[in-house]
Design a protein around this ligand. Structure first.
Ligand code: FRU
Length: 474
């Protein structure tokens, strides 16, 4: 599989559709796979939702609940679920926007007879994200003109007839095609302010190489997205750099859930934990690729401006099993404690490092005699990094091995790392959600140990908290 698609919440179920090849474990025959969950962490696989047919693949897109039955496709007084996706015709490479609807909570789907609903005769026009825009009482579609590094906004009152509103871009990262956009409004934590966030994935040319996500902060008035001036870091020689969602190599095509209830109010999302540079080659079988854990998105005012923050959705705590809490002490003592408690396997770990003026300090995970994945703070460079160069199985693709750096937003302070380690992935949330690094990693051997390291054995470790995680499939 690749991108998450059609994330929507309806009648107690979180739906997760995704790009899926029913006939093999490399890209092809793109169709929408389907899973549902009542709690975001335990998932039930359902039959394929939308299948490639008549020479048309089902590319990425979104799903909405058409509460007001604007499409007229509802049944028995119940709103239809409508999927809006890219129809891709390999024969002439054309991409257009199509819709399909379901009257049984996404279990079975009917493609709309008059598809496509938008066709501009383009080979690079894809990944529509649709949402209801309440102030204007109409639907908004955010969709990418991939090769032109632009996002287009369309409006509709019935999901069938669409009017072009405006375009945004090129801007920010433009080294690769623009894909899988998203648009949402969020409060700035601790203030009365709100901002719109426009998310644009790019491939290749992202911060960690290959595929990755960037975002823009600004205003959206129902017609046009206007970026806040100066909201991105400036670069030497003028101009502005991009803002990155994740500094690791494996967080792509993240899109957020539609129709999360107002009383919940969270903006939740997840991403494809891989990268087109090597995604077809990762050494797993018979499956290939996984999604990240679900995350909650927010905005925080920092010294450098407003930044997107991501935290593990609180539902992830349901997988916590036994908790191990270090009483405090130095690094050497903390390592004895990790060994004594046989800390290993799938786990959630919180560790805090006191500020140091120099050196490299961190935690090795998925550690065996054959290799390890290193998560560290480089106090000299003022970065947090993930290093998988010695992570056992790195040779399946020359682009896989690497060290990935993220800047520390507040480099003068202690650093808190909140880490999720699964069988073949690490997700690192630094300083309560910014920056974030996600990387897959393929350990070998039986052991999956954890060890702290640093220049000083006497370095004080005041917070070290670990939970064994249960399988989400049991
Ligand atoms: C992104 C992407 C999308 C496209 C889909 C095809 O990973 O290339 O732009 O819709 O994957 O599988």
């Amino acid at each position: 599989m690749n991108d998450p698609n059609g994330l929507v919440y309806y009648e107690g179920e979180y739906h997760l559709f995704y790009q899926y090849n029913p006939f093999g474990n490399t890209w092809g025959h793109m169709s929408w796979g389907h899973a549902v969950s009542s709690d975001l962490v335990h998932w039930k696989h359902l039959p394929l939702a939308l299948l490639e047919a008549d020479g048309v693949m089902i590319f990425s897109g979104s799903a909405v609940v058409d509460w007001k039955n604007t499409t007229g496709l509802g049944k028995n007084g119940k709103p239809p679920m409508v999927a809006i996706y890219t129809c891709y015709r390999p024969s002439d490479r054309m991409q257009s926007q199509c819709i399909a609807f379901s009257n049984d909570k996404g279990r079975t789907w009917t493609k709309y007879a008059a598809n496509p609903v938008i066709d501009i005769h383009s080979a690079n026009f894809r990944d529509p994200k649709v949402q209801w825009y309440e102030p204007g009482k109409h639907w908004i579609m955010t969709v990418s003109l991939s090769a032109e590094h632009k996002v287009r906004f369309y409006s509709s009152t019935n999901l069938k007839d669409w009017t072009l509103l405006s375009e945004f871009g090129p801007a920010g990262g433009t080294a690769g095609v623009w894909e899988c956009p998203d648009l949402f409004q969020l409060p700035v934590e601790g203030t009365q302010e709100r901002r719109w966030v426009l998310v644009v994935n790019i491939n290749p040319g992202s911060i960690a190489g290959g595929s990755g996500g960037q975002y823009f902060i600004g205003q959206f008035d129902g017609t046009r997205f206007v970026e806040d001036p100066g909201s991105r870091p400036s670069v030497a020689g003028g101009g502005q750099a991009a803002l990155w969602l994740d500094y690791g190599p494996d967080y792509y095509a993240a899109v957020s859930w539609n129709d999360i209830s107002r009383s919940d109010g969270r903006r939740l999302w997840l991403g494809w934990m891989s990268n087109w540079q090597y995604g077809q080659d990762v050494p797993t079988s018979p499956w290939r690729s996984a999604m990240s854990i679900p995350r909650e998105v927010g905005l925080r005012q920092t010294a450098e401006g407003i930044r997107l923050v991501q935290r593990p959705a609180r539902e992830n705590q349901r997988l916590r099993e036994k908790r191990f809490q270090f009483k405090g002490g130095d690094l050497a003592r903390a390592n004895e404690w990790l060994t004594q408690n046989h800390i290993q396997g799938a786990l959630e770990l919180v560790v805090e490092f006191e500020h140091e003026s120099t050196g490299v300090q961190g935690v090795e995970v998925l550690k065996s005699p054959k290799g390890k994945t290193v998560i560290g703070v480089n106090w000299d460079r003022k970065t947090v990094f993930v290093d998988r160069t010695n992570s056992a199985n790195v040779n399946f693709n020359p682009k896989f091995s690497g060290v990935y750096d993220a800047p520390l937003t507040a480099p003068g302070r202690k650093v808190n790392l909140h880490v999720f380690v699964d069988a073949s992935s690490v997700e690192v949330f630094v300083n309560d959600g910014e920056p974030v690094l996600t990387a897959i990693s393929f350990p070998s051997g039986e052991s999956r140990e954890v060890k702290l390291f640093g220049p000083r054995d006497r370095a004080k470790i005041s917070v070290l908290d670990v939970w064994n995680l249960k399988s989400s499939w049991k």
